[in-house]
Design a protein around this ligand. Sequence first.
Ligand SMILES: Cc1ncc(COP(=O)(O)O)c(C=O)c1O
Length: 356
Amino acid sequence: MIHGGDIVTYRQRSGRLAQDILDCSANLNPLGVPASVMEALSAAMTAVVHYPDPEQREVKAVLAKRFKVAAETILCANGATEAIDLLTRAIRPKRCLILEPAFGEYEMAALRNGSTVVHIPMHVDTERVDFPWGLIESMARQGDLLWINNPHNPLGIGQPFAAWSSHVEELNRRGVQIVVDESFLDFVAEDNTWTAMHDVASMPHLAVIRSATKVFAMPGVRFGFAIVTSPLAEAIARIRDPWSVSSLAQAAAAAAYRDTVYLEQTHSWLAQEQDFVASTWGRSGLLRVNAPVAPYVLARFADDKAAQQVTLVLERDGIFIRDCASFRGLDGAHRRIALKRREDNERVWKLVMSTL
Ligand SMILES: Cc1ncc(COP(=O)(O)O)c(C=O)c1O
């Protein structure tokens, strides 16, 4: 499975040092790891002589306060990727319904667990997210697991849960399990009103996933979590590795989710860069981009050749973007480009313009 952010390969391919590479292939917060997280990590170093807390008590208390959810409903994991795997293993669906294009790990988890994968196409080159509810409702059967990603990777667009919660309610009534992957929702300032987290208490077949790795720029530490019902929490407790969330990850995540100042800075950075995208990428008649709510742009160039040319020109300058050919439903003309600080976004845009 191809992922973005493969810095070791980029170093080998370009002969550059990591600090001379601008990695726009992974959607990590360019404000960097919060200082509070760095401090928490160094303070936690002395604790590595002990096993991590298998109940992750401190970080769960922080998450419960921040997101106003009950601590017992929180499942901590070694990145959202582990949460995806644990949920699939515990639910044991016969079929996994995946809206394509999609993050590849939904399918990998399904295949590892012997589930049949049903691909449901989404509209891709569109301004507003458009989950195909008619198609979903005609295909979903009791016992299926449906993945919904909001905001969507790689489309970059999203909608508040309230805009489509009636469909999720209907599917719940029919016994279809829904997991909403909100790995990019912390980037959205209206996070608290967009989330599906608060509906888990009233919908027996709903779960929500979050990732700390993108928004706090710490993919190497690995922390993600899910909000789950009690039966699902119990099923997962029976099958999981109790120590998969290291003491460093727990300490880092507790510090990160307490750091509301960093989040405010993130929201104001992203609002400014979204304006920049609208006035540059968004205005060019030579390619199309979705108006993103997430920290990346999905661009469709004139054809595969034009996209390859852009990729080459950027790579010559040490800039790596995400080839989207591995995403079902996208093609060789699509590229996903993570937003960075303004000077980097300007540099990328100028190079792109020079090739069009
Ligand atoms: C939609 C989505 N969900 C989950 C993940 C995995 O995140 P983590 O690094 O926390 O495992 C990614 C990573 O790219 C993603 O794009």
